[in-house]
Each structure stands twice: as structure tokens, then as C-alpha cells.
Design a protein around this ligand. Structure first.
Ligand code: HEM
Length: 215
């Protein structure tokens, strides 16, 4: 019988397995963070005072000052891990595109969505965190002043759907990859993924409107 240790590059595939786990764990951590982040930012809809109180709590406990840069690092690390599988050369991109068109396979398309939104989120998400974390303390008034500038408003109108798509598709893909979502539960999981996207987009849009209309 062939021993695993005698297969060439088995060390490499073990490293790949560990990197896959780290990609999944950082991804799952970021999904959780994004859900909490959306709920906290959307507290402005209930009252700007509530958003200020939450922001104040995160700053006096140093969670914003320490947690913010940690999230930034997790975000960059997650991208570096995922980038192992993203084709950056035109030939590679063309192959994936041709396969997706040929296969008519929803999950292959979801992978294309993940890779495309990842590029946008990498740039816009990094700018967003840099700007917000360099302008502490967070207050509803400062956030509203940003959102009321046309370019920032457009910026969030692009970032929001990309993040919500990436988070919902990522959540579904983690479930499929690690066997939690099985063939028979896939249709239900897809429905759940759609609902999740819809709910967080709605919360995000209502929050944007609230910021834009805040006096
Ligand atoms: C480092 C931690 C983070 C902090 C402290 C933070 C804080 C904030 C704040 C205060 C706002 C309100 C708008 C503003 O002030 O400009 C906001 C909005 C937003 N953030 Fe973050 N953020 C963080 C990380 C992220 C990440 C990693 C993403 C995704 C890549 C993200 C995506 C968004 C989006 C899409 C909005 C608009 C939400 C809406 O629809 O109103 N944020 N964030």
C-alpha cells in the first residue's frame, strides 16, 4: 500500500490544508464581525445618541483602538490566503470565465462573484478602515458628514452590495466546503443565503438613508 508520506509534495498539501483552514477561520471571523458591524452602525436608525454611546463604549474599553487594527490585519491576512487561488493573469481569468460559462454551474459563478467582489472590497474596505480609524472618536455626526458628500455616498453604495454579496456567498461556501451543507440541504441553504443578502442590504440602505438625512 502506498504510504501518504511517500507521495511527493505531501508536505506541501498539508501546508495547503492548514492555509485552507486559516482562510476559512479568518473568513468566518470576518463574517461575524461584519454582522456585528452592520448592527452597530445601523443603531443610528434608532437614534444617533445610541450610536454615539456604542462608539464611546468601544473607545473607552480600547476595543476600537486595538480591535480596529486587528480586524484590518485579519482582513489583509484573509485576502493573502485567498489570493493563492485567484488567477491574476489574463489567461487564468479567461479559463475560469470560459469554464463558468460552459458549466452553467451556480457554484462556479458564485466563485467568480467571490473573486470579483474581493478585489473591490480589498481597495474600498482598506480605504474605509484607514479613514475611520484615523478619525476617532466615531460619532454619528462625523459619519453623517462623510456620507453626505457625493463621493463618499457613491463609495458606500459600491462597498455595501459587494460586502453583503461576499459575506452571504462566503457563508454558503464555507458550509458547502466543510460539509455542513449537504446535497439535500443545498436548496434550503441557497434560500437562506438569498435572505441574508436581502436583509443586510435592506438594513444597510436604511442606515445610509438615515445618515444622509441626519441634520
Ligand atoms: C476596522 C473596523 C471598522 C470600523 C471601526 C468601522 C466603522 C464604520 C463606521 C463608523 C461607519 C459609518 C460610516 C462612516 O463613518 O464612514 C461604517 C460604515 C460601513 N462600513 Fe465599516 N468599519 C470597520 C470595518 C469595516 C469593514 C472591514 C468593512 C467591509 C470591508 C466595512 C464596511 C462598511 C460599510 C459597507 C459601511 C456602510 C454601512 C451602511 O450601509 O450604512 N467596515 N463603518
Amino acid at each position: 500500500m502506498l504510504k501518504t508520506s511517500s507521495i511527493p509534495h505531501s508536505g506541501l498539501s498539508r501546508t495547503d490544508g492548514v492555509l485552507d483552514w486559516l482562510q476559512m477561520l479568518t473568513g468566518a471571523g470576518l463574517v461575524l464581525f461584519m454582522w456585528c458591524h452592520m448592527l452597530l452602525v445601523s443603531s443610528v436608525v434608532i437614534s444617533p445618541k445610541l450610536m454615539n454611546a456604542i462608539a464611546y463604549f468601544f473607545e473607552v474599553t480600547y476595543m476600537a483602538q486595538l480591535g480596529g487594527p486587528l480586524i484590518f490585519l485579519a482582513f489583509l491576512f484573509h485576502f493573502a490566503l485567498a489570493a493563492r487561488k485567484i488567477p491574476f493573469r489574463v489567461e487564468g481569468q479567461k479559463t475560469i470565465w470560459d469554464h463558468a460559462k460552459m458549466l452553467h454551474h451556480r457554484d462556479t459563478w458564485l466563485w467568480v462573484v467571490q473573486a470579483a467582489t474581493a478585489m473591490i472590497i480589498l481597495i474600498l474596505g482598506a480605504i474605509h478602515m484607514w479613514v475611520v480609524l484615523n478619525d476617532l472618536p466615531i460619532t454619528a455626526a462625523k459619519s453623517a458628514a462623510r456620507m453626505q458628500q457625493t463621493w463618499w455616498f457613491l463609495f458606500y453604495m459600491i462597498l455595501l452590495p459587494c460586502v453583503e454579496l461576499h459575506v452571504s456567498v462566503g457563508f454558503y461556501r464555507i458550509g458547502v466546503k466543510w460539509g455542513v451543507i449537504k446535497a439535500e440541504t443545498r436548496p434550503k441553504a441557497k434560500k437562506f443565503e438569498g435572505w441574508m443578502f436581502g436583509i443586510f442590504m435592506t438594513i444597510g440602505i436604511i442606515t445610509l438613508i438615515r445618515f444622509v438625512t441626519l441634520g
